[in-house]
Design a protein around this ligand. Structure first.
Ligand SMILES: Nc1nc2c(ncn2[C@@H]2O[C@H](COP(=O)(O)OP(=O)(O)O)[C@@H](O)[C@H]2O)c(=O)[nH]1
Ligand SMILES: [Mg+2]
Length: 366
C-alpha cells in the first residue's frame, strides 16, 4: 500500500496541531506507522515540541513553508521512514499559507517520484475569526488582505471542518455552516471538536473517500497574499528559566500569555496565534491564545512544580515585529520577576514573513 498523505489546513490557531495529534493516535491505535511533519518560517516550533512530547514521530520543515521548500518536505518524509515507509503521513502547513493544492498537493502527485495516496484535503474553520470574516463585518480583527488569505484557504478545500463545537451552541454552529454553504458551495462540512474528539468518525470517513482529491485549483493574487502575510509580526523564541523555589509551570505560562494579551490589546494589535510550551524534565505544559477576544487557554496542563524549564514562544500578531520583540522580552522579565525566576533568552527571531515563492506551482489537474 502506498503511504497516505493527509494534510490538514486552516488559519493560525484553527486547531490543526490538536487535530493532527488526535488523528495520529487514531491511526497508531489501528497499528499503523504514522509520521507527522510540522512546518514554520523559522526554527523553535512549539508544535514540534508539543507533538514530540506526546510521543509521536515528528519531522520538521523549518525555515520556509512547505510550498516554498517543497524538496525539504519530501526529504523530511524520507528521512523519517528509516527504511520502512510510514502508512500515514500527517502534514501541518503554516497557518498563513494558501495555494497549497497547486504548490504542494499537485507537485506531490506530478513531480515527486514516489507514489502517494493523497487524502481529501480538509481545511479547518477557526470560529473566532471565521464568524466575523464570513459575516463580512468590518473590524474582524484583521485587514482585508489577511482576510483574503483566510477565505482562499477555505476555497481550495475538498471539505471543511468547523472546529470547537464543544464551545459553540447549536445555533452558532448552524450559522457558521450556513455561511460556509453559501460562500463555499459544494464542499462537505463536518463539525468537530479537536479537543473532545466529537465528530471525528465523520471526519475520518471523509478522509477515506476515494477518487481524485487535492485538485481544487484556484486563482490567487500573489501580491495580496504576500502583503496579507507580511502584515503579521512573527516571533519564535526559546528561553531558559530557573528558580530556587519550585514554580507552578501552568500558572507561569498562563501569566506569560495573559500579560502578552494585555500588551497586544494596549496596542490595538490582534493576535492570530500565540503559543507557548514549557518543557521540564519529564513534563510539559502548553498555553495558547487564538484571538484577543477568546483569551488565554491552558491547552495541555502539566500540574507540575518545577525549578527549571525551557520555554518556547511562537507569536503571530498583527503588529510590527520589533514591537512584538520588545513586548515578549518585557513580559518574560515581568512574569519571571513575579514567579521569582531567573531567565536567559537562548534564541529570539522576529520578522515579517517574506513573499511566498513556491518551488512548484501546478495549475493543471490532469
Ligand atoms: N475548546 C477547544 N479548543 C480547541 C479545539 N481545537 C483546538 N483548540 C485549542 O486552540 C488552540 C490552538 O490549537 P492548535 O491545534 O495549536 O491550532 P493550530 O495553530 O491550527 O495548529 C489550542 O489552545 C487548542 O487547545 C477544540 O475543538 N475546542
Ligand atoms: Mg499548529
Amino acid at each position: 500500500m502506498n503511504p497516505k498523505y493527509i494534510m490538514i489546513g486552516g488559519f493560525l490557531g484553527a486547531g490543526k496541531t490538536t487535530t493532527v495529534s488526535r488523528l495520529a493516535r487514531h491511526y497508531m491505535d489501528q497499528g499503523k506507522k504514522v509520521a507527522i511533519v510540522t512546518n514554520d518560517q523559522t526554527t523553535d516550533l512549539v508544535d514540534t515540541q508539543s507533538l514530540r512530547s506526546q510521543g509521536f514521530d515528528v519531522g520538521e520543515v523549518a525555515g520556509a513553508c512547505f510550498c516554498c521548500n517543497f524538496n525539504e518536505l519530501t526529504a523530511t518524509v524520507e528521512k523519517m521512514s528509516h527504511g520502512e515507509q510510514p502508512d500515514i503521513i500527517l502534514a501541518e502547513p503554516v497557518g498563513s499559507c494558501t495555494d497549497l493544492v497547486a504548490t504542494v498537493l499537485r507537485p506531490l502527485q506530478k513531480v515527486y517520484g514516489k507514489p502517494l495516496e493523497i487524502a481529501p484535503y480538509g481545511v479547518i474553520l477557526k470560529p473566532s475569526h471565521g464568524k466575523k470574516i464570513l459575516e463580512g463585518k468590518p473590524g474582524g480583527g484583521f485587514s482585508p488582505k489577511a482576510e483574503y488569505i483566510f477565505r482562499k484557504q477555505l476555497e481550495e478545500a475538498d471539505f471543511i471542518l468547523v472546529n470547537r463545537i464543544d464551545e459553540l451552541s447549536q445555533p452558532e454552529a448552524d450559522h457558521l455552516v450556513k455561511l460556509l454553504e453559501e460562500q463555499f458551495p459544494g464542499r462537505p462540512i463536518v463539525r468537530i471538536s479537536a479537543k473532545t474528539g466529537a465528530g471525528f468518525d465523520k471526519f475520518i470517513h471523509q478522509l477515506e473517500q476515494k477518487g481524485s482529491h487535492g485538485t481544487r485549483l484556484m486563482d490567487l493574487d500573489y501580491d495580496v497574499y504576500a502583503e496579507g502575510e507580511a502584515e503579521l509580526g512573527w516571533l519564535n523564541s526559546q528561553i531558559n528559566i530557573s528558580s530556587v523555589k519550585p514554580l507552578d509551570l501552568d500558572r507561569f505560562l498562563l501569566d506569560l500569555v495573559s500579560g502578552l494579551l494585555e500588551k497586544f490589546r494596549a496596542e490595538g494589535a490582534e493576535a492570530a496565534h500565540l503559543k507557548t510550551i514549557g518543557l521540564s524534565e519529564a513534563t510539559y505544559a502548553v498555553a495558547n491564545l487564538v484571538s484577543n477576544e477568546t483569551g488565554p487557554e491552558l491547552s495541555l496542563p502539566s500540574s507540575a512544580q518545577v525549578t527549571s524549564a525551557n520555554v518556547v514562544v511562537n507569536a503571530r500578531v498583527g503588529i510590527d515585529p520589533s514591537v512584538l520583540d520588545s513586548q515578549v522580552r518585557s513580559q518574560i522579565a515581568k512574569s519571571c520577576e513575579k514567579f521569582g525566576a531567573k531567565f536567559e533568552v537562548q534564541t529570539l527571531q522576529s520578522f515579517r514573513p517574506g513573499r511566498p515563492v513556491p518551488t512548484h506551482r501546478i495549475l493543471e489537474t490532469a
